[in-house]
Design a protein around this ligand. Structure first.
Ligand code: ZN
Length: 258
């Protein structure tokens, strides 16, 4: 797959060669414009498609797993209404999951956050503010966001979180540096439910179940009634398919806490 550094080096080299050539014979301006456009397109796609591992690697699935396990992950909680509902469903079907929580929501609902851990689920970092501008933050600001949530959770539970789920799935060089500096494992997904979009419950469920496979990392959000309805049907489907949800660290055989 394409990676940022070789792509940038290649485009730089081609630009220099074209510039050198332009001293000997005219090179039309649109050749440079086209080159710049392709570079821009690759950079944008690499920043938005986490599976590309363009800026830094994320763990997106565990396809070589022998056990019939998948990992359901929930982003954006804890939510005062839907996280407890999610926890009740997971308990009813006796499965484990992973919650990538937003720092400011942990601050608002510390008891629900602690309950997630007490129920045997894993928690991970999903930034402090989940700002819409997160992709434009510089390295220091990204490190500040991730550290603030790590410290908050350490104070609350004594656990030092080592897993990070990129907000909006966006990656870039600043986030790459922050993840490296804080020694975090970036966790992506290979099944995106799109449960926060306009799609209805059936469409969301079909997106997950139509290609369900052991080793999948499934992205849901514990933030709406629709997701709760999808979750219950998904848990029934998994049970019938002899697939079981485990925590993402269990699926990937990595450590969730330092
Ligand atoms: Zn999110």
């Amino acid at each position: 797959m394409l990676k940022r550094k070789p792509v940038n080096s290649t485009f730089l080299l081609v630009s220099i060669l074209l510039l050198a050539l332009s001293f000997f014979r005219p090179v039309p301006w649109f050749v440079f414009a086209f080159l710049g456009f392709i570079w821009f397109l690759l950079t944008v796609c690499g920043s938005f498609f986490i599976q590309w591992n363009y800026h830094f690697p994320s763990l997106n699935s565990k396809k070589d797993i022998s056990r019939n396990h998948v990992a359901i992950t929930f982003d954006d909680g804890p939510h005062p209404l839907y996280t407890p509902k999610t926890l009740r469903l997971l308990k009813k079907y006796n499965v484990r999951a992973t919650f990538f929580c937003i720092g400011k929501n942990i601050q608002k609902h510390p008891e629900i956050f602690k309950e997630i851990i007490q129920e045997g689920h894993t928690v991970g970092n999903h930034t402090f503010s989940h700002s819409n501008a997160f992709g434009f933050f510089g390295t220091a600001k990204v490190i500040g966001e991730l550290s603030k949530t790590i410290e908050l959770v350490e104070d609350l539970t004594g656990l030092s979180m080592a897993l990070y789920r990129p907000a909006f799935g966006v990656t870039n060089p600043s986030i790459a540096k922050a993840v490296k500096k804080l020694n975090l494992n970036s966790i992506g997904w290979n099944v995106r439910s799109l449960d926060t979009t306009f799609r209805n419950e059936n469409q969301v469920l079909r997106r997950i179940t139509s290609k369900a496979h052991k080793g999948d990392i499934i992205l849901l959000h514990d933030t709406s009634e629709k997701s709760i309805l999808v979750l219950e049907r998904l848990l029934v489907f998994l049970e019938e398919s002899k697939l079981k949800s485990v925590t993402v660290d269990d699926l990937l055989q990595i450590k969730a806490y330092v």
